[in-house]
Write a protein that binds this ligand. Structure first.
Ligand code: 13P
Length: 247
């Protein structure tokens, strides 16, 4: 299975900067070698997805949304459905990122509905899970992850699981590689117990060009989800190149 290198641009970018980003990235990763070794995905702000789809049409890059609504359609002003994301060419969607859990109060029941919506629309949801700093201090990491994973029991289709401890997001601090491997392994075990299927588990939280290689080389970690370091084509391009060399 090829490793995943996923960008989460969050609420960043503008038409001109995205065009510039992709043309600079394209110069670095036009090669087929990358397409054969990695799955590169960019999760962009929804208003730019159509443009991004056009900009990446000849590149080994898939696109994804950063959230979808828990209903298929209707009177939900300002929201985006999973079908709409699929319609503009997305293959993936982030679900339950810690920033959405924190700022939008998303809980397990709504996240389960979102995962189901995404799968119905033919998208692969990237379910983000992870403990807070306090939960980590209380040694409650596995208990928290088990609760967050429980929503996958009733779901049918493909899913990627991203382990993103929220204390590692945007802080420049990463857990020890060994701890990430142990946690990713436990996530895969729990997913197998819940669904009888093999999991695909990636890591996110302060990944950059310096530390990406450790995560990519681990047999327990199927890829990386990159926030800040994905915003510049130089650093994201470097992460992709390093990952392709090591895969
Ligand atoms: P940073 O890479 O900026 O820590 O963000 C990680 C993240 O939130 C990816 O979804």
């Amino acid at each position: 299975m090829s490793k995943y290198v996923i960008a989460n641009w969050k609420m960043n970018g503008a038409s001109a900067s995205i065009t510039d980003h992709i043309s600079r990235l394209a110069k670095r990763l036009g090669s087929k070698a990358i397409a054969n070794k990695l799955s590169v995905i960019i999760c962009a702000p929804h208003v730019y997805l159509s443009a991004l789809k056009t900009l990446t049409k000849d590149l080994p890059i898939s696109i994804g949304g950063q959230d979808c609504h828990s209903h298929a359609k209707g009177a939900f002003t300002g929201e985006t459905s999973a079908e709409m994301l699929a319609d503009v060419g997305c293959r993936y969607v982030l679900i339950g990122h810690s920033e959405r859990r924190k700022y939008n109060g998303e809980d397990e029941s709504v996240l389960q509905e979102k995962v189901i919506m995404a799968q119905h629309a033919g998208l692969t949801p990237i379910l983000c899970i992870g403990e807070s700093a306090i939960e980590r201090e209380q040694k409650a990491t596995l208990e928290v992850l088990r609760r967050q994973l429980s929503i996958l029991k009733e779901t049918q289709g493909n899913v990627l699981i991203s382990y993103e401890p929220d204390w590692a997001i945007g802080t420049g601090i990463t857990p020890d590689l060994e701890d990430v491997q142990i946690v990713c392994h436990s996530i895969a075990d729990e997913y197998q117990r819940l669904t009888d299927k093999n999991a695909c588990v990636i890591y996110g939280g302060s990944v950059n060009a310096e530390n990406a290689s450790g995560f990519i080389q681990s047999k327990d970690i199927d890829g990386i989800l990159v926030g800040g370091a994905s915003l510049a084509p130089e650093s994201f391009g470097q992460i992709i190149e390093i990952s392709a060399q090591l895969s």
